[in-house]
Design a protein around this ligand. Structure first.
Ligand code: ATP
Ligand code: MG
Length: 425
């Protein structure tokens, strides 16, 4: 029989890797809890029109990358290519933004894009998403950015850089857009094919092109920062001041854009030089127009998403390898001893210890080898004579020291056992 393989662009996160993922997730969860963010869990698929409206039809994501299909009821359905649109849909539908109140939310889970798979780029990948809705205060921008940098730092990533920009408000961008069209039109024939189409639909995205020739032309393009209104400039200045006050490093990159109408003011990206072509770990920005665009009340908002595949790639390069070893490994041989061992293991688990039981029935020597490899602090040994006397051998795997105890006596002294296990680590 041929073996069925995973789809191109998908990957199994294997048991050797999940401790790293769990550590990232629990670190994020703790940190977000301490900043008053609450978790939300929207569905993985939505009506296609949500993403068309919520991300924009002129983007690569909607134009080329979505997993869209018709379900059995004839509806057009799309696997979410990112988290924000579905999260805002959930907020609107459940009326979570009461007037004047701030809503802080986070979510972690898979997203799907039909892209060419490569290191740090998959068709099913994972994002950690953080959103602050209901405030246009520049302190909100600073808070949200500080959470991202704090998380990355807490995880041990110190050599990251942040690009920061302001895309202003809708009016600023309209004036800038006109200036860009005027600038790029004489160069139209030299732009890559995508950028030529963008010239009519969404000229800001030309600045985002990865084509070298286009990039060279775009270097000379007018800067968005020269088109900011006084209000937009003030917002941007304050964000920068707060970041500086918080000791967060950044460089202003006027070519960093989020090209849709409902993106406003702050845009930022956090990169690593150690990720090759897929350098961006975190992307985010302000989207004051999106909530109303999706039928909700006018509500300013800002958020970001971290790509967890790229983040864990970086952590693996740092040789970050959190492990969670067992406390106890149980070795037994002979029918009566194996029965006692099963009961003992279950009693210890009920008392809160992490216990792995050897089920092989093989010779003691082989079981001991596995005990050593398990990383457990303590090995419990039960053979025929222990079963006959209702005792158990305790072997401390770091020192090799061994003692014998009654089975009941061991179960009566679990607190002491736990302390000894901790001391042996
Ligand atoms: P890129 O320019 O690398 O395609 P993007 O602008 O499409 O990124 P966003 O939509 O801002 O990315 O998503 C936020 C983050 O999600 C990215 O910075 C990245 O870390 C991660 N990400 C996006 N697409 C993928 C993918 N196909 N595979 C793995 N991670 C991804
Ligand atoms: Mg992309």
């Amino acid at each position: 029989m041929t073996m069925i393989q995973a789809l191109r662009g998908t990957r199994d996160i294997l048991p050797d890797e999940t401790p790293l993922w769990q550590w990232v997730e629990s670190t994020a969860r703790n940190l977000l809890f301490r900043a008053a963010y609450r978790e939300i869990r929207p569905p993985l698929f939505e009506q296609t029109s949500l993403f068309e409206r919520g991300i924009g039809e002129a983007t690569d994501v909607v134009g080329k990358e979505m997993y869209t299909f018709e379900d059995r009821g004839g509806r057009s359905v799309t696997l979410r290519p990112e988290i924000t649109a579905g999260l805002v849909r959930a907020v609107n539908e459940n009326k979570l933004t009461a007037q004047g109140s701030v809503l802080r939310l986070w979510h972690v889970g898979p997203a799907f894009r039909y892209e060419r798979p490569q290191a740090g780029r998959q068709r099913q990948f994972h994002q950690l998403d953080v959103e602050l809705l209901g405030s246009n205060d520049p302190r909100a921008d600073a808070e949200v950015i500080a959470i991202a940098t704090n998380l990355l730092q807490t995880l041990g990533l110190t050599s990251l850089t942040m690009d920061l920009n302001s895309v202003g408000n809708g009016k600023d961008r309209q004036r800038y857009r006109d200036a860009l069209v005027a600038f790029f039109t004489p160069h139209k024939a030299d732009l890559d094919a995508d950028s030529q189409t963008r010239l009519d639909k969404n000229p800001l995205r030309i600045l985002d092109s990865k084509d070298e020739k286009t990039q060279a032309i775009a270097k000379e393009a007018p800067s968005l920062l020269d088109y900011l209104s006084d209000d937009s400039q003030r917002h941007f200045d304050k964000v920068q001041q707060y970041l500086t006050d918080l000791g967060i490093g950044y460089q202003v990159n006027p070519r960093l854009v989020r090209g849709l109408d409902y993106y406003t003011h702050t845009a930022f990206e956090i990169q690593s030089a150690d990720l090759g072509a897929q350098a961006t770990v975190c992307g985010g920005g302000r989207y004051d127009g999106l909530i109303a665009q999706l039928g909700g009340p006018e509500t300013p908002a800002i958020g970001w998403a971290i790509g967890l595949e790229r983040l864990t790639l970086l952590l693996k390069q740092l040789a970050t390898n959190p492990t969670t070893p067992m406390d106890v490994y149980v070795v037994s041989r002979g029918e009566a001893a194996e029965g006692d061992a099963l009961k003992m293991a279950q009693a210890l688990r009920k008392a809160g210890l992490a216990v792995e039981m050897d089920l092989s029935g093989s010779a003691f020597g082989k079981q001991f080898k596995r005990a050593d490899r398990s990383g457990a602090a303590l090995c419990l040994i039960l053979g025929d004579s222990e079963a006959a006397q209702k005792t158990v051998q305790l072997k401390w795997l770091n020192t090799g020291e061994q003692t014998e105890l009654g089975q009941d006596a061991l179960l009566d002294s679990i607190d002491e056992l736990r302390q000894n296990i901790q001391a042996a680590r």
